[in-house]
Design a protein around this ligand. Structure first.
Ligand code: C5P
Length: 243
């Protein structure tokens, strides 16, 4: 398969057309951003850690019956995916109160949320991704009521599967953000699931193991990503072996 022209460039990934019908290439770049792009850096190898964790999680979810856009890896930072018509929603599932819901609502950080809380934001940087509700999603024509119900069911199933996977590695899945898209009438999980899009706490120490290390200068971001990628995928990367 040949990589063709650039279709879309986001804050940390680029999407390319290919010569194969219905297939795109997603490249995970080394760019890292936070606070609506207000903080930006380039961290060597970051893209490959996120690509590896996304691949591992997509394969794990597929094995458990979740339809994802992932098809195969080309190299350590590029994956072949199904071309989807993306639904402009950021679907966030929360198991523990942290981040924006602690800033915006009277939750105490660390409070378990049981059952998990789903928050859906409108993916639009110029509007700072405002929170939606079901009526707004339908009124804006972003999904049908049936599609929205399906998206929520799949999001909760992904949460159940991922929480169990991570717990085995001593990691609490505090929250995560996912995005969906359509190919025909089928809804697929798209985008990525990585240390940039999950909030992960070490079960024993409570230490942040995700982009919060970058957002709030909590330590060595790439040492954290390298270590967490190894824990999640069960593989030690060459960089870890050198330590
Ligand atoms: O900032 P907030 O607490 O709302 O984020 C909830 C979760 O969604 C975090 O894991 C965060 O990394 C992720 N997120 C994301 N992309 C965004 C907003 C949040 O991946 N644009």
């Amino acid at each position: 398969m040949k990589q063709k022209d650039l279709l879309y460039t986001g804050k940390a990934k680029s999407v390319y057309r290919t010569d194969a019908k219905g297939k795109l290439i997603v490249e995970f770049r080394d760019d890292i951003t936070a606070f609506d792009g207000g903080k930006k850096d380039v961290l060597a190898k970051k893209g490959s850690y996120n690509a590896e964790v996304s691949r591992f999680i997509f394969e794990y979810l597929e094995e458990h019956g979740v339809k994802t856009h992932f098809l195969s890896m080309i190299d350590e930072r590029r994956m072949v995916v199904r071309e989807l018509a993306m639904v402009p929603l950021e679907v966030i599932v929360r198991n523990v109160a942290a981040g924006s819901i602690v800033r915006n609502y009277p939750f105490k950080e660390g409070t378990p949320l049981n059952p998990p809380v789903i928050v859906i934001d409108y993916k639009d940087d110029s509007r700072h991704d405002p929170m939606l509700n079901d009526d707004l999603i339908i009124a804006l024509g972003l999904t049908t009521a049936q599609e929205l119900a399906k998206i929520k069911t799949v999001a909760l199933e992904i949460n159940r599967l991922l929480s169990a996977l991570l717990l085995k590695q001593g990691i609490t899945l505090v929250d995560f953000k996912i995005e969906f898209g359509r190919q025909g009438r089928t809804i697929y999980l798209g985008d990525e699931i990585s240390m940039d899009s999950m909030r992960l706490w070490d079960k024993k120490t409570g230490a942040s193991l995700d982009k919060d290390v970058y957002r709030f200068n909590k330590g060595d971001v790439m040492a954290t990503y390298n270590n967490v990628a190894g824990r999640i995928t069960g593989k030690k990367s060459p960089a870890q072996n050198k330590r």
